[in-house]
Design a protein around this ligand. Structure first.
Ligand SMILES: Cc1ncc(COP(=O)(O)O)c(C=O)c1O
Length: 392
């Protein structure tokens, strides 16, 4: 650290959370309108939200779900995996991704990541690809695109389910993530770039997959509640497959529609904050900053993550997060390496050292505050708090 270290006493007067959704009068009005309308579960607002998600991503179909977790689970269930079918994925993800593989009957095959992008290493996918590989589930980590064409080439014939939980608005080579022959799952959890409180969506260009997902998200029944209630077609129904109950509601969709309108502005603001972080933190040798987008890619900046070097900092990542919290700075942990979590250790036999890059990321990573309503001065406060903690 340089001699320009500030005094070690820095502490914010009011705590800065690591994330906060932007909820204004327009969101409140939209939700209130649905609440007063007499129809609050999936119906006309959800149909419009899905049309708008299609238009935004350029995909042929967009189907909303209760969460990205259920979207991932049902999409993998639609593949009708057989025992022994393998699904290659990244350990640097929320457990939703690998849990969905197991719950859909597949065997997760974790491969290592690139430390700079924290995303799956395409070369490692190629090495792990076998005759048993049915699907690959990469994560567009933090909102930075993985190269889906390179992944397809590394795993020919495998279904490519992109976990885009962080990536609504992410672009790869100038094109929005979402329009794909296979599928992308998005999340609308409150910390995400678009929120519906809880919610998610699958986009796909496949008519057949969209048809299966429509069945799986609503009991396996060939019509939805809105149509039945409003006498569209006959009242009777049939079950083609035993389905789940994973539809979202018009209350969520009304919120999501306003959020989607805000998205482009929100990404611009997140990118501006990320640029300030980069400038402000790049001299701090205890931290490794995240990768920025190259060429015509666009980072959606869901998260701004740094890796803490525990030897240089002379403290662990967890102690560093705690010390920042004591100074009024909230942080997040995205993510621990999933292959070392108890269930995956036990069932897959993983141990320390198996995926060294992922483990290095999982031991060192933390997410700094990043949300559109943050002020430039808040970034300065985060930087000062980091400097004060490291100066101790
Ligand atoms: C990479 C990733 N995948 C999936 C999910 C699950 O999203 P949801 O909370 O909408 O179920 C998350 C949630 O944080 C995530 O970060």
């Amino acid at each position: 650290m340089s001699e320009t270290k500030p005094a070690t006493g820095f502490k914010r007067a009011t705590a800065l959370p690591f994330s906060k959704p932007t909820i204004g009068d327009r969101e409140v009005d939209a939700v209130t309108r649905v609440l007063r309308s007499g129809w609050i579960t999936a119906g006309p607002e959800t149909a419009k939200f899905e049309e708008e998600l299609q238009a935004y991503t350029g995909a042929k179909h967009a189907l909303t779900f209760t969460s990205a977790t259920s979207a991932l689970h049902l999409c993998l269930s639609a593949l009708e995996l057989k025992p022994g079918d393998e699904v290659i994925t990244t350990p640097i993800t929320w457990p939703a991704t690998c849990n969905a593989i197991v719950l859909a009957g597949g065997k997760p095959v974790f491969v290592d990541v690139d430390e700079k992008t924290r995303s799956i290493d395409v070369g490692a996918i190629k090495r792990a690809f076998t005759k048993k590989t049915r699907a690959v589930v990469p994560v567009h980590f933090a909102g930075l695109a993985v190269d889906n064409d390179a992944i397809r080439a590394a795993a020919p014939g495998a279904f490519l389910l992109e976990d885009g939980a962080h990536a609504i608005g992410t672009k790869l080579r100038g094109k929005m993530i979402g329009a794909t022959p296979d599928a992308v799952a998005f999340s609308f959890h409150p910390i995400k770039n678009v929120t519906t409180a809880e919610g998610g969506c699958i986009t796909t260009n496949s008519d057949e997959l969209a048809r299966k997902l429509r069945l799986l998200r609503w009991h396996g029944v060939d019509k939805d509640g809105w149509k039945r209630h409003h006498g569209v077609g006959k009242a009777s129904y049939d079950v083609e497959v035993p389905g789940y109950k994973a539809n979202s509601t018009d209350i969520q969709s009304a919120l999501g529609r306003i959020q989607l309108e805000r998205l482009e502005g929100a990404i611009d603001r997140r990118a501006a904050l990320a640029a300030i972080y980069k400038e402000r933190l790049s001299g701090i040798e205890e931290l490794e900053l995240p990768a920025f987008a190259q060429g015509k890619d666009r980072h959606a900046w869901h998260l701004f993550t740094v890796l803490l070097d525990p030897a240089r900092a002379r403290m662990s990542r967890d102690d560093f997060m705690e010390a920042l919290r004591e100074r009024g700075i909230g942080t997040g942990l995205h993510f621990l390496a999933a292959h070392l979590l108890t269930y995956y250790r036990k069932t897959l036999g993983h141990k320390e050292g198996d995926l060294p890059h992922a483990e290095r990321v999982g031991d060192r990573i933390l997410s700094l505050p990043l949300f559109p309503d943050m002020r430039d001065e808040d970034v300065e406060d985060v930087a000062r708090a980091i400097e004060a903690v490291l100066a101790k």
